[in-house]
Design a protein around this ligand. Structure first.
Ligand code: IPE
Ligand code: IPE
Ligand code: MG
Length: 271
C-alpha cells in the first residue's frame, strides 16, 4: 500500500501536486537523464564538481520517492561512454562520489526493499568502483521492490552492439546459426533484460536530446523535459513529470478508441 504521508508533508506544494497524480495509473518505469550539474555550479561560481556533489541529494530523493510510489523501475543516467572526454579530475570526482553514495545509501536501499542494478560497460570502470557496485548489487539482490538501475559507462549504441555480440556467442555455442531473432529475443539480451521499457523519460536542464540513452528501450516512452537543473530536482518535480505523463495520449501508432468508431463506419461503407 502506498503511504501518502511519506510522499508529501501536509499542506505542502508537494501535497497539492500529489493530489493531481492518479496513483492507479503510475508509470511502471521512469528513466532520467540527470543533466545540468555543471551549469548549476557555474551559476554559483563554484567548480563543476560541486554541481555533481549537490546532485547526490536529488538522486537520494528521487530513488526514495520512486520506491514509495511503488514504481517497478527507475533508471538514472549517471555516466555515459562519451563522458570520458571530460577532464580527468571531474571523472575521478564523479567516481569517488558514486562510491561514497553506494556506501552511505546501502542501508536505505535495504530498508526500502530496493534492488540495485548497474547497467553499462561496468568492466571498463576502475576496479574499486566495480567492487562497490557488485557489492551493492549482491546485497540487494533479494529485494523485491523497486529495481534501481544506474547507467554507468553506458551508451545506447554500445548496448546494442554488446547485445548483438552476446547473441552471436549464444547462437555459436548452441550451434543455432540459422535461428531467427525477433524483438522479444533481442530485448531479453539487453542490459535491461529484466525490466519493462521506460514509460516516461525525464531530462533535466532543458536539453532536447537523448544523448545516447536507452535508444532501443525508449521507442514509445513519453518524454518530459524540465528546465530545472539536476541539483535542484526534488520530489515535486517528479510529481510534475508524472502529471504531465498522465495527460498524454499513448497511441503506439494506433488511433484513439473514440476516433476508431468513425473509421469502422467508413470501412463498412467502403465494403
Ligand atoms: C550531468 O551534468 C552529470 C553528468 C553528465 C555526469 P553535467 O555535468 O552534464 O552538467 P552540464 O550539462 O555541464 O550543466
Ligand atoms: C548525458 O548528459 C549523460 C548523463 C546524464 C550521464 P551529457 O551532459 O553528457 O550530454 P550532452 O553532452 O549534453 O549531450
Ligand atoms: Mg550535461
Amino acid at each position: 500500500m502506498i503511504d501518502l504521508k511519506k510522499l508529501a508533508e501536509a499542506g505542502s506544494i508537494e501535497e497539492a501536486l500529489l493530489d493531481k497524480v492518479d496513483l492507479a495509473r503510475l508509470p511502471v518505469h521512469i528513466a532520467v537523464i540527470m543533466d545540468g550539474n555543471g551549469r548549476w555550479a557555474k551559476g554559483r561560481n563554484l567548480p563543476r564538481v560541486e554541481g555533481h556533489r549537490a546532485g547526490i541529494a536529488s538522486v537520494r530523493e528521487t530513488v526514495e520517492t520512486a520506491a514509495r510510489l511503488e514504481l517497478g523501475a527507475l533508471t538514472l543516467y549517471a555516466f555515459s561512454v562519451e563522458n570520458w572526454k571530460r577532464p580527468r579530475y571531474e571523472v575521478a570526482t564523479l567516481m569517488m562520489l558514486l562510491k561514497e553514495y553506494l556506501r552511505k545509501e546501502l542501508a536505505t536501499l535495504m530498508t526500502n526493499n530496493i534492488r540495485f542494478a548497474p547497467i553499462g560497460r561496468i568492466e571498463g570502470l576502475d576496479p574499486s568502483v566495480q567492487r562497490e557496485l557488485r557489492y551493492a548489487e549482491k546485497e540487494t539482490a533479494g529485494n523485491t521492490g523497486l529495481v534501481f538501475q544506474i547507467a554507468l559507462n553506458y551508451g545506447g549504441r554500445a548496448e546494442i552492439i554488446d547485445t548483438v555480440n552476446r547473441i552471436m556467442t549464444i547462437l555459436h555455442d548452441k550451434e543455432m546459426s540459422d535461428c531467427v531473432i525477433d524483438e522479444d529475443f533481442f530485448s531479453n539480451h539487453l542490459y535491461t533484460a529484466n525490466v519493462k521499457d521506460p514509460d516516461l523519460l525525464v531530462r533535466t536542464s532543458g536539453e532536447l536530446r537523448v544523448s545516447n540513452f536507452l535508444l532501443w528501450q525508449i521507442a514509445y516512452a513519453e518524454i518530459h523535459v524540465t528546465k530545472v537543473l539536476w541539483p535542484d530536482f526534488r520530489r515535486r518535480h517528479l510529481y510534475e513529470a508524472i502529471i504531465d505523463y498522465q495527460a498524454r495520449d499513448r497511441r503506439y501508432g494506433a488511433v484513439d478508441q473514440d476516433d476508431a468508431g468513425m473509421f469502422i463506419e467508413a470501412d463498412e461503407q467502403h465494403a
